[in-house]
Design a protein around this ligand. Structure first.
Ligand SMILES: [Cu+2]
Length: 283
């Protein structure tokens, strides 16, 4: 029992040392993306200013609690205050908060959107992936050798398995099969809703290899909590090999396709195997 406790304390100590903010229990997942630091900066700024304002409010409250505490010989004083002075003071504090919190965060966020998140990469090295979430799994689709989506040579990995190469910009287009879902990769600080009837887009770039979690960030049904996918960031070579491993072996697949092609399976709950769409170029 004692040994276990010591072991546990040691783990907590290591976590504390490795945590970027010192607060290991709220430390975010490691950022492995090109632009994730932008999100962290906004959060850190927000945390800093709200900590300062919260401290000021609590200290002021404590000061008045002590100053006007009940004690012998001290009578309560009834005062209607100076309404003009108090309105001005309230307005002043309100404006201070507005300009030091809201305005700063808004400015940072719009700069980040313009410089990074809405500034979609163009060029030949962009990796394109189509994503179709369903209740309760993630479907991915790669264009295959012809570079076009929704053609016979598309590459469709096992559900919930997504691979990308390290150091390359990745653009995803996402549309759900059924209800609203949200594609969220905490280690990349990015999230995009999948909205029925729309094709939404998002881009990101990995800075290191590894396996990371994909979570659904929109309550989408009774198994929402276990709607989990895996994003593997490969070296360029591993990524190409993985793509090769997805290529169907001559016609073998067709037999399997025909095999279960009766009405009953067609009416099953997932999307059909050709669920993709023509890639929409972002201007
Ligand atoms: Cu979902």
């Amino acid at each position: 029992m004692m040994n276990q406790l010591i072991q546990w304390l040691k783990i907590q100590k290591d976590n504390f040392k490795n945590a970027s903010w010192g607060l290991w229990f709220i430390d975010p997942p490691k950022d492995v993306s090109l632009d994730g630091y932008r999100i962290d900066k906004v959060i850190q700024y927000t945390d800093l200013v709200i900590t300062i304002y919260f401290s000021i409010v609590i200290l002021t409250l404590l000061y008045f609690i002590v100053k006007y505490r009940s004690r012998p010989g001290h009578k309560a004083d009834y005062d209607h205050g100076n309404s003009k002075k108090h309105v001005m003071a309230t307005l002043g504090v309100g404006l201070l908060v507005f300009f030091s919190v809201d305005t700063v965060i808004e400015t940072m966020s719009f700069r980040d959107l313009k410089e990074a998140f809405w500034n979609f990469p163009k060029g030949d090295d962009v990796v394109r992936i189509e994503v179709m979430p369903q209740q309760f799994a993630w479907n991915f689709r790669y264009a295959g050798p012809d570079g076009k989506f929704n053609t016979d040579d598309d590459l469709v990995p096992t559900q919930n398995q997504m691979h990308i190469p390290v150091g390359k910009p990745v653009v995803i287009q996402i549309a759900p099969w059924d209800v609203i879902h949200s594609f969220y990769i905490p280690n990349f600080r990015v999230k995009q809703d999948a909205t029925p009837g729309m094709i939404n887009a998002m881009w990101f770039q990995a800075t290191e290899t590894g396996e990371f979690e994909i979570a659904c960030a929109e309550l989408c049904g009774n198994s929402h909590y276990k709607m989990k996918g895996y994003l593997t960031v490969d070296s360029q070579e591993d990524y190409e090999n993985w793509l090769l491993s997805l290529a169907p072996e001559d016609d073998e697949e067709d037999e399997w396709d025909d095999w279960g092609d009766d009405e009953e399976t067609a009416a099953s709950d997932g999307p059909p195997s050709n669920w993709g769409w023509a890639w929409k170029e972002i201007k």
